[in-house]
Design a protein around this ligand. Structure first.
Ligand code: AMP
Length: 249
């Protein structure tokens, strides 16, 4: 069974992002980039399934600039067998990414397609769902547990008020939530091994996908600065301030 895992190169989660002075977007020049954390969880899950003997090959795919190769190398250092880079210098919006992933899946015919639930740069939470729709495959999003057996996946999801378990037939699309697993620490020997693993590079045109943007960003702005709070000595003062100063009660 093949597992296809989508990995996105994003601004590292530790970086405090800054808005460009012309308000057209976020400044990513000279900023540390890493694999989207939810995608690391996706790769880890696929690799664990391989270690259990359920999955036979883990293929990592990334859509983005040439540097997304580094993200694929990280995926391969975690344990993916090979990488696919769909190279594009354009800004790739979720629908374009979903179409590219569909084209890759059409070629690879993986049984399990694992994505992160969301990319921490644009916070869209769209690609997995769009991909499942384009492929007309079952989807189980926000997985906190995945078990695969007999051509089916049993996926536990965190929902409001508890846990829900879905049984879906494979092939299917699964998106990962934070508590699915804790990705392993990438070791130097595995980083060295990953350098020898193959990466297949293609362009959106090779896959017949038009990646033209459908949405236009009008303006990006910093959130308004919060003013400092105060500490009140007791509940009576708090109620008094809420009533007479803030006038909210
Ligand atoms: P999003 O819908 O943009 O929040 O992204 C959800 C998931 O789709 C991510 O966690 C990735 O697994 C996948 N994804 C999004 N953009 C890309 C990309 N450019 N290349 C590969 N995978 C992506």
């Amino acid at each position: 069974m093949k597992a296809l895992v989508a990995v996105k190169r994003v601004v590292d989660y530790n970086v405090k992002v800054r808005v460009k002075s012309d308000n057209t977007g976020v400044d990513i020049a000279n900023v540390k980039m890493s694999m989207n954390p939810f995608d690391e969880i996706a790769v880890e899950e696929a690799v664990r399934l391989k270690e259990k003997g359920i999955v036979t090959e883990v293929i990592a795919v990334s859509c983005g600039p040439t540097q997304a190769q580094e993200t694929l190398r990280t995926a391969m250092a975690i344990g993916a067998d090979r990488g696919i880079l769909v190279e594009s210098a354009e800004e790739l919006q979720p629908l374009a990414v979903a179409k590219l992933l569909k084209a890759v899946q059409d070629k690879e015919q993986a049984e399990l397609i694992i994505l992160g639930k969301q990319a921490i740069d644009d916070d869209s939470n769209q690609v997995g769902q769009m991909l499942a729709a384009l492929l007309d495959l079952p989807q189980a999003t926000f997985a906190s547990k995945v078990e695969v057996a007999d051509g089916k996946a049993s996926v536990t999801r965190e929902v409001d008020g508890g846990l829900e378990t879905l049984s879906i037939s494979l092939p299917a699309v699964v998106t990962t939530d934070l508590r699915l697993n804790e990705p392993r620490y990438v070791t130097l020997p595995n980083i060295m091994k990953a350098k020898k693993k193959p990466i297949d590079t293609m362009k959106p045109e090779d896959l017949g996908v038009d990646v033209t943007s459908r949405l236009k960003t009008l303006k990006v702005a910093e959130p308004a600065k919060r003013s400092a709070g105060i500490i009140v000595p007791d509940v009576t003062t708090l109620v008094d301030k809420l009533k007479n100063e803030a006038k909210v009660i």
